[in-house]
Design a protein around this ligand. Sequence first.
Ligand code: GTP
Length: 600
Amino acid sequence: MLLLSCLVLFTLPSKSQPLQSENTSVLPFLLSDLQEGQRLAPYYLQWHDESDQATLSDALVALSDNRFLQPKVYHSQGLQKGAIWVLAQVNNDLTDTRQLVLEYVDHQLIDFTLYTASEKQGNYSLQAYLSLTQSFSTRQLAHHRFAAEITFEPKQTNWVLVRLGSDGQGFIFPNLRLWSPDAFAQQSSREVGLLAFLAGGCVVMALFALVTGVSTGIRYFYIYSAYSVSKVFAWGMITGVGHRFFVTDNFDWNYMSLAGGSSILFGIWFTRVFLETRRHVPKIDCLLQIMMANSALLILAALLKIKLMAVLCITVAMLLYPINFIAALIRWRQGTPQAAVFALGWGLLMAGLFSQALRDLGWIEHNLINYYWPPVASFSEVVVIMFAMGMQVFQLRKQKEEVEYRYARHLEHEAVNLEREVAFRTAELEVAKRRAERDAQTDPLTGICNRRSFFLKATASVEKANNDGLNVSLMMFDLDKFKSINDRFGHKTGDDALKLFTQTVKQYIRANDVFARLGGEEFVLLTCRDTQDAEKLAEQLRIATTQIELRCEKGEVKLSTSIGLAHLATSSHIDELLVRADNVLYAAKDTGRNQVFVAS
Ligand SMILES: Nc1nc2c(ncn2[C@@H]2O[C@H](COP(=O)(O)OP(=O)(O)OP(=O)(O)O)[C@@H](O)[C@H]2O)c(=O)[nH]1
């Protein structure tokens, strides 16, 4: 409602309530009662010149017509188009001459004209004409608001007539104060000090944000930096400090709009980037984009000096300001705590700006506290938002550390897994290698040594026996008529026969004997025992072979083996031993089979 009222009052032509009562009497202000910075209210009458064209003569006619009346309120009376003339009676009841400063307590006035006379309907003389468009150097007093000196002769009655002009815009708040020059200068210093502190704070924040932006690469720090600087320009222009210290000549009302528009533009841009509205609240982001476009229009209006358009844009910007606040609250609800801090900062700014709006509308008293509340609130917003950004950076850093920690843990975990996997694979390879080695040394059907491993082991055994001077005997076995077993009972039964033969022999041999299958139905046994035992064993094995029981579907299988036996005593090499055993084996075959022949 307030905002709508703002819009209505800002944009509609003023046909508002009469500003004055019907009372034409005014109390004289006695200088003996003066306190520093005392308001002239209620010691004045006022006349609202709606045409904004009235001259001094017109004002005197209005005075004689009793159109100068007591105001209904002695501060802001809302935006009233035209000019307001103020008349006060100030009596120097003291015995000395007094020089006082009459100050207009606002910054938005375009011109201030001061006349004095010794009689109410007397001959008013121009004491001062102050205008925003004038060079600041022409001012009688160096102050960022309009102020002029008046000399009051002792025991004299003085009539003070002031024209307050707003170039038709209506920004008139007839709040006038009286000071002694020294007190006024001191007050001025305090105010400039406060503004310098606020501006310095903003500049420091801007620099800090710039450095942080460069070091972190986070974009919103740059925008914030520009936003802080734009605030310095905006408030500098609005409060009159810009005119006093920087744009001393050719100052223009539109400079306020230009600086204000830039500040609004950067503020909304910052809001969008900081709160990531495009991603998280796209509908609100559309409104924020409209607000940015509006502030761009305001800048354009200021550049083209289209005052009405600028006023409209400022009003629209003010009306839409709560959207930033709402965006921040939504982002907060979405789980972004720093958005709450942003909302606080933006709320402070809004409170400041709305207090100014209320003051300008005459809804609250026009005083120095609410005069400086908007820039102070604006500065507080900068500080609070810096805090919000700090929170965001802290959170980002925490997230980064968490991610790094999780990544490190993941790497550690992966390293452990990899180690385990490598150990597992290595063990598997070892097993496979051992299996391959064993396979390479083992006859797959019977599980005993194959030809290759036999020669390795047998060579070592023979060497050892040679060194130890022990006997080594070698038996060669060749199963008799094995082909006919295969033919009669099948190849599978033949395999079973080979396995049973192997198991039978193994029952008779010692751990250090080397038993191997040389191929087919040919086996060999290297044994370390004396010759008699070896021959006895050969005979036992021959008999045991004949006792092997093997049945299949086709009947009972009868096995027998011929054995050729050779002793080491007469040879020292395995090949030689084999040849000798082989020879007697064939002799055993040739002479009837199922018998043991010993090489001589
Ligand atoms: N079932 C089976 N038979 C085999 C294997 N290796 C060789 N044989 C067979 O063994 C037979 C050997 O036959 P031969 O060398 O002619 O001799 P034999 O029939 O045993 O006759 P003699 O040695 O003269 O008593 C062949 O028929 C081979 O096919 C095997 O691993 N399994």
